[in-house]
Design a protein around this ligand. Structure first.
Ligand SMILES: Nc1ncnc2c1ncn2[C@@H]1O[C@H](COP(=O)(O)OP(=O)(O)O)[C@@H](O)[C@H]1O
Ligand SMILES: [Mg+2]
Length: 150
């Protein structure tokens, strides 16, 4: 048995069709990796929100800019990276949708949802240019061994 993760990588245009495509690929990978239907759904929604953010906030809807989706299937987890060609953002400065003043706002819930649906959410400046977000979904999130890589 190989320990190399299985990798799916696609370069997508900044369109709504790409959001659908990314969501489908992520759901398929989840299903193949043996996640429950609920988890497939959660990961699909997290990827949906991340793709919208990459296209809208990162690439500013510029049709010439691309989004790179990379899905790595490890035995104990799925890692999904979504890279845009924008200038990035500081996740700590994103407002909390649960604060009283934000409760009635219709926007500003994407990252909150992503954090709820996956086990890890990270943002970093990609090599070269752009922003890369990483979503990690663990098979056994309550198992300490999965944190230690074993
Ligand atoms: N890929 C990205 N590039 C730049 N800024 C981003 C990106 N993703 C999120 N953001 C910033 O984080 C904010 C919060 O994102 P989110 O919670 O999805 O809410 P919304 O998209 O409705 O504004 C966005 O308004 C934007 O300022
Ligand atoms: Mg959003």
């Amino acid at each position: 048995m190989t320990t190399e993760p299985q990798v799916i990588e696609v370069t997508l245009e900044s369109t709504l069709k790409s959001v659908e495509k990314a969501e489908d690929l992520a759901r398929e990978a989840c299903a193949k990796a043996g996640f429950s239907e609920d988890d497939q759904h959660r990961v699909g929604m997290a990827v949906h929100e991340s793709m919208i953010n990459a296209i809208l906030h990162g690439n500013k809807n510029d049709a010439s800019k691309r989004v790179v989706l990379k899905i790595q299937v490890h035995p104990d987890r799925l890692e999904i990276r979504i890279r845009d060609q924008g200038t990035g953002f500081e996740p700590k400065s994103v407002r909390d949708p649960l604060e009283a003043e934000n409760l009635l706002k219709v926007s500003g819930r994407g990252i909150f949802l992503i954090r709820t649906f996956v086990d890890e959410f990270r943002v970093r400046k990609a090599e070269g240019a752009g922003t890369e977000v990483t979503l990690v979904k663990r098979k056994y999130p309550n198992d300490r061994r999965s944190e230690l890589g074993g």
